[in-house]
Design a protein around this ligand. Structure first.
Ligand SMILES: Cc1cc2nc3c(=O)[nH]c(=O)nc-3n(C[C@H](O)[C@H](O)[C@H](O)COP(=O)(O)OP(=O)(O)OC[C@H]3O[C@@H](n4cnc5c(N)ncnc54)[C@H](O)[C@@H]3O)c2cc1C
Length: 419
């Protein structure tokens, strides 16, 4: 199947000829008995992995197995923030690699993923917090990543609607990454799916992996709801289901699953220029192109596989939002939902081989894996195709918890609900 090119000219032509020339963006193939590489999970990470396996590493026999429909998990449930404003060596180059891939993604995929570099502003509310942000900004600058520290007046000029005059936790400044921003989450899954499919990847939906066939320590393939499928190598990228799926291979991961909620208000006129995060609690907000305020806060704080959250966190998130921007107290929340987060013990991800030969793992993305989608896919594809870790992801080893080499970006220790 050749990939249909999208263009303004094509849109006009189709509009004038009854929209009869469009083709499905990807096929719906039957599973083959065997693939060189199987990727479990049709979220952003699994689809990006398959895309780069085919495009960068010339792999011709690849399948993505998705339990439900592609993009139905966290890929389609997140608040779409992309950024690379990290502090630690293990993280910063990886997330900057990802941001660079975001910057060229639409051209690469010929798909409108609505990457919008509208800026990410992290507010600080104490002198100590400002010092920490200056340190983070300096780490970014030393890695060649642009960062700006705004004082209170600078923040006020950018976001005059924040609570400056009567706040319990006054704003003292903010760390700004202008290249950060948002992207259209499900378009990212669809764009990667379309690009992978056109390069011969079989995307098989409604195909749940129920077990692994392991012989003498080597993975030979996967048991699924559509029968056994053999594989030379298997890569698992199932985000919130990581513990359950890898448990079927007899592996216990340093990961807990928790719920994170997201909220969208009714549409209002353009108000928020970029992404703003509140530093005196955990609250982040942006505005969608349709006008809805998109926001979220802390995880629900108990282990769960339910894709919905509970009211105490709804109250907490809304309280923080109103403390930061009293005006939004008048906007009505239209909808909220939850996703299942694969919370690792240091808040950083894992892209590594496992003790089972031929079985590889990608997970532990916590609440921040959307922005990682392109680099995660690229680095996982690199590992699967070459057997060697990509340099940008070399620190994301599974055994770092045993060896004590944590990448504890937040300094929260092995406490998933604080990451
Ligand atoms: C409310 C919310 C807000 C968020 N906000 C942000 C943000 O602003 N910025 C950011 O960077 N990150 C954010 N995240 C995190 C981000 O969404 C995730 O880290 C990322 O999407 C996880 O990778 P994925 O897209 O591959 O996951 P998913 O889309 O969840 O993909 C995993 C897939 O595996 C499938 N699967 C599971 N078990 C099996 C099985 N046995 N067999 C076959 N398939 C299986 C699932 O159905 C699912 O489709 C947010 C998450 C949530 C829930």
């Amino acid at each position: 199947m050749t990939m249909m090119r999208y263009s303004g000219f094509r849109l006009i032509k189709e509009a004038l000829t009854g929209d009869k020339g469009w083709q499905p963006a990807w096929r719906d193939p039957e599973p083959k008995p065997h693939y060189d590489i199987i990727v479990i999970g049709g979220g952003g990470h699994g689809l990006a992995t398959a895309y780069y396996l085919a495009k960068q590493f010339g792999q011709a026999s690849v399948a993505v197995l998705e339990r439900g429909w592609i993009g139905g998990g966290n890929a389609g449930r997140n608040t779409t923030i992309i950024r690379s404003n990290y502090l630690l060596d293990g993280n910063l180059p990886f997330y900057e690699f990802s941001l660079k891939l975001w910057e060229g993604l639409e051209q690469d995929l010929n798909y409108n993923t609505m990457v919008s570099q509208r800026g990410v502003l992290n507010l600080c509310h104490t002198d100590g917090q400002r010092d920490a942000y200056v340190r983070r900004g300096n780490a970014m600058l030393m890695h060649g990543v642009a960062a700006e520290m705004l004082d209170r007046d600078g923040v006020r000029a950018m976001a005059p609607f924040l609570n400056f005059d009567n706040a319990r936790f006054p704003i003292v400044g903010g760390l700004l990454q202008r290249r950060g921003g948002t992207a259209r989450h499900d378009a990212v899954a669809w764009g990667y799916a379309r690009g992978a499919d056109s390069r011969g990847v079989d995307i098989i939906q409604n195909c749940e992996v129920t077990g692994f066939r392991i012989d003498n320590g080597k993975c030979l393939g996967v048991e699924t709801t559509r029968g056994f499928i053999g594989a030379g190598k298997v890569g698992c990228a199932v985000a919130g289901s990581s513990g359950v799926v890898m448990g079927k291979a007899g592996l216990r991961l340093p990961i807990e699953s928790h719920v994170l909620q997201a909220f969208v208000s009714e549409g209002i006129k353009p108000l928020i220029p970029g992404v703003i995060t509140y530093g005196a609690g955990h609250f982040y907000i942006s505005q969608s192109d349709k006008g809805g305020l998109v926001f979220g806060g802390d995880i629900d704080g108990y282990n769960s596989y339910a894709q919905r959250g509970n009211l105490p966190v709804v109250e907490d998130v809304c309280e923080e939002g109103v403390a930061l921007m009293p005006a939004i107290g008048r906007a009505r929340v239209l909808r909220n939902w939850g996703g299942v987060m694969d919370m690792s013990m240091d808040g950083s991800p894992i892209i590594d081989r496992t003790p089972v030969e031929g079985l590889f793992f990608n997970g532990g993305w916590c609440i921040g894996g959307f922005k990682a989608t392109p680099a995660s896919g690229w680095c996982f594809a690199h590992l699967l195709a070459t057997g060697e870790p990509h340099p940008a992801a070399a620190a994301y080893r599974l055994d770092r918890f045993r060896r004590g080499r944590m990448i504890d970006e937040k300094g929260a220790g092995a406490t998933p609900n604080l990451q």
